[in-house]
Design a protein around this ligand. Structure first.
Ligand code: VGL
Ligand code: ZN
Length: 249
């Protein structure tokens, strides 16, 4: 079975101690789940890391609207649909070229090691939220410049590599992980919403951390209801989630 690991937004701005939008317990997922999953022995056919990658004055920054972060939302026009929508407001975060935008160095070092041992194409970084006036929580969200009729770049990558199981972990459970998993479960929506994903989607319970911990637990239940499998990292590392292998190795 061809398997891919998808690391969502493991960037300094989402990590304690000094990320602009630090997720409580976000640093705990590194040693517990992310680093062990990036061990060469895990044998991923593909590792993808998403990177929240905003220009200065991004639409999701409270500062742009002269409002306080977290406390409120604003109604903005979605440049894709032309319709109004609610936009959550965040502190300035993951601004292109800043340290906060960088993928955490332990993750980067392990991705570099995998590139050396398995080839350049074995590790791919996908940037999102790059359009000034459009936010993107999902790693599958294409930039505005992408042809609307074409599959999202990440969907196309997973199809090209023949991926059959996608394992997701990262930050934050209640925002970017949630939307990424929802996209992964319906990769052809809204064009062909009934076309099922050609891959199984697993979410690593203890490989994620939420902005709001209680909400994070609700989100995991929601994702399970929608067809994702929620697994613990221990079982995953032991290979018990590889449906084409014996339970024990
Ligand atoms: C995220 C808020 C704003 C995330 C990104 O990675 O979950 N949250 N931008
Ligand atoms: Zn963001």
């Amino acid at each position: 079975m061809r398997r891919a690991l998808l690391l969502v937004d493991v960037q300094y701005d989402f990590l304690p101690p000094d990320g602009a939008l630090a997720v409580e317990g976000g640093d705990g997922i590194l040693e517990r789940a992310v680093y062990p999953l990036l061990d060469d022995e895990q044998g991923w056919d593909l590792v993808v890391a998403s990177q929240d990658f905003h220009p200065p004055h991004h639409i999701s920054f409270a500062s742009r609207h002269a409002l306080p972060p977290f406390s409120s939302t604003v109604v903005v026009r979605d440049p894709r649909t032309g319709r109004d929508k609610e936009q959550e407001l965040w502190p300035d975060h993951c601004v292109q070229g800043t340290r906060g935008c960088e993928i955490e160095e332990g993750v980067r070092a392990r991705m570099d090691r995998l590139r050396r041992s398995r080839g350049e194409g074995a590790v791919v970084v996908v940037q999102k939220g790059t359009d000034l006036d459009l936010d993107a929580y999902s790693a599958f969200s294409p930039p505005l410049s992408h042809p609307p009729s074409a599959p999202a770049p990440l969907t196309q990558l997973l199809l090209d590599r023949g991926i059959e199981q996608l394992v997701v972990c990262g930050l934050a459970t209640d925002f970017c992980v949630r939307q990424t998993v929802r996209s992964a479960l319906s990769p052809f929506a809204p064009r062909s919403p009934s076309d099922k994903a050609p891959w199984e989607v697993l979410v690593v319970r203890d490989g994620c951390a939420a902005v709001d911990a209680k909400r994070g637990d609700e989100v995991l239940r929601e994702l399970e209801d929608q067809g994702a499998r929620v697994v613990g990292v221990e079982a995953l590392l032991r290979g018990q989630s590889r449906t084409d292998e014996g339970a024990e190795r």
